[in-house]
Design a protein around this ligand. Structure first.
Ligand SMILES: *Cc1c(COP(=O)(O)O)cnc(C)c1O
Length: 434
């Protein structure tokens, strides 16, 4: 597998360089040079495969000769060790539950695969690897769980103070060991900017061997393409045209879906479903990309004002608005609509959506008004109990909480409060972190 940078398409990088650096030095984004088509037999046999098996087939096609096949098989089977079932709400509406991993969110797939891959590439290194990660909610928990206890790896998580849920914060701040949490007095965009600046700072790069664990790392995107195939495998009627609705923030999940389509998955459209941070739906309708400061919403893991994977989508489609529009349809929704659909689905189907999945279902419903003869799969990106106070307030009842979360509630929070100024973050990295 070879990669290039979106800023300089003539440079070539190995998978190891791309995974370990996270970002190219020119501040672009790594992209695979080739996204190969899966053979027809893969699709005709897909029902005979398990989720880990089909993931391995996709990984082999994408990653190819970058990792010896037995090592790659081990990486895939270690990372993809929990299911991604589809649940039917009605004959044409399916929920792809991506929350059965350790942190109860879809980011477990990317984080676990990346941790496995970095562990593999780091196997002979002598300097500690420092993973810097900005999170708007679930990334940190997934990354922390994915890397916890990994030898030779240190994880530093930056999250916006007061803007993540209690349980998300507990997931970030209670693990200890090789995981450190920084509480930034600013927005997610501030956290993301601090991480980007640290990667580009020469002095810090003398002291640290940095890597990133954001959705910008290509190692996060690769496994996120697997479950689109897994959803397809489970579709009872594959003859009806189908779409995916992807509740989106930084657009890593959706970008991974677009890779799956390039690999031959016969999906008709992707729905970019957002909350009021509607930069991409706006772009899809106007052709003009206007980043904005993020606004706080109920679906807070999608409160992103300048989606970091947008340039990957542009790059995949030769920066042509019309080409993007032919694959991706965008819709944005406010919290009132989100709350209403959560109540409706609970009352009519006894199914509990989390606020992010609810935005996804709103997107699918809006799409179906325009394209009635389709079936849709909504990515349910987190377990509803991760957003317990909101979900219980909205549904006006208590909901079951998985054992993994109950245990978290009583652990002691350990974090360091920092301003959003780079100078403070740098100072902390130089003087306090080590
Ligand atoms: C991160 C996250 C999203 C957004 O995913 P992107 O890949 O950043 O678009 C949606 N829902 C939940 C629960 C998340 O944690």
């Amino acid at each position: 597998m070879q990669l290039y940078s979106t800023r300089n398409t003539s440079l070539r990088f190995s998978l190891e360089e791309a995974v370990m650096k996270g970002l190219p030095a020119d501040n672009g984004l790594f992209m695979p040079l080739e996204v190969p088509k899966m053979p027809a037999t893969f699709f005709s046999n897909i029902e005979n495969h398990t989720f880990p098996e089909l993931s391995f087939e996709v990984a082999k096609a994408l990653i190819g000769d970058s990792i010896p096949i037995p090592a790659l098989e081990q990486i895939v089977f270690n990372a993809i060790n929990f299911p991604a079932p589809i649940v039917s709400l009605d004959e044409r509406t399916f929920i792809l539950e991506l929350f059965h991993g350790p942190s109860l969110a879809f980011k477990d797939f990317g984080a676990r695969f990346m941790a496995q891959l970095m562990g593999y590439f780091n196997r002979n290194a002598d300097k500690e690897l420092t993973i810097l990660v900005a999170t708007s909610g679930d990334t940190g928990g997934a990354v922390a769980a994915g890397f916890l206890g990994a030898p030779g790896v240190r994880v530093i998580i930056l999250y916006p103070s007061g803007k993540v849920s209690f349980l998300q914060e507990q997931q970030l701040t209670t693990l200890g060991n090789n995981i450190t949490a920084l509480e930034i007095q600013g927005s997610f965009d501030d956290c993301q900017a601090l991480v980007k600046e640290a990667f580009l700072d020469p002095e810090l790069n003398q002291l640290y061997r940095f890597s990133s664990a954001n959705s910008i790392n290509i190692a996060r995107l690769i496994p996120q393409s697997f479950y689109y195939f897994e959803a397809y495998r489970q579709l009872p009627n594959k003859d009806i045209p189908f779409v995916f609705s992807v509740p989106s923030g930084n657009f890593g999940n959706l970008t991974a879906g677009l890779f799956a389509k390039r690999m031959g998955l016969p999906v008709q459209h992707f729905i970019a479903a957002t909350n009021l941070n509607d930069i991409v739906p706006d772009y899809l309708s106007s052709g003009i990309y206007t980043p904005k400061p993020s606004v706080s919403t109920l679906s807070n893991a999608m409160d992103v004002g300048n989606p970091s994977n947008f340039n990957r989508i542009l790059d995949l489609y030769g920066s042509t608005w019309n080409n993007i529009k032919s694959d991706v349809i965008g819709f944005a929704f406010d919290d009132i609509h989100t709350e209403n659909i959560m109540r409706n689905i609970f009352e009519s189907k006894a199914y509990i959506l989390d606020p992010h999945g609810a935005v996804g279902l709103l997107g699918l419903n809006a799409y179906k008004k325009l394209h009635p003869n389709t079936q849709g799969i909504v990515l349910e990106t987190a377990h509803p109990a991760k957003f317990l106070p909101d979900v219980e307030r909205i549904l006006k009842r208590s909901i079951p909480v998985p054992e993994k979360l109950v245990a978290l509630e009583h652990l002691e929070k350990k974090s360091t409060l920092l301003s959003p100024q780079f100078i403070d973050f740098k100072d902390w990295l130089i003087h306090d972190a080590r």
